[in-house]
Write a protein that binds this ligand. Sequence first.
Ligand SMILES: [Zn+2]
Length: 64
Amino acid sequence: MCLHHVQWVRTVPGGLHQCILCGEIVGWKDVYPKPEDLTEDFRARWKAHEATAPAAAANRGGVP
Ligand SMILES: [Zn+2]
């Protein structure tokens, strides 16, 4: 079981984040400590990287 501590999380192409310890792609809700408990700066960087996701990935929700 992996905590996916934010210190182990790196950005990967496609607007995704990966835990380098276990190799899993992690989401906003998967990391430790909770993003709500982290700095505004961290949240801003996370969201900025998420925004780099290609249109194809962003469209997984069904929006053409
Ligand atoms: Zn992990």
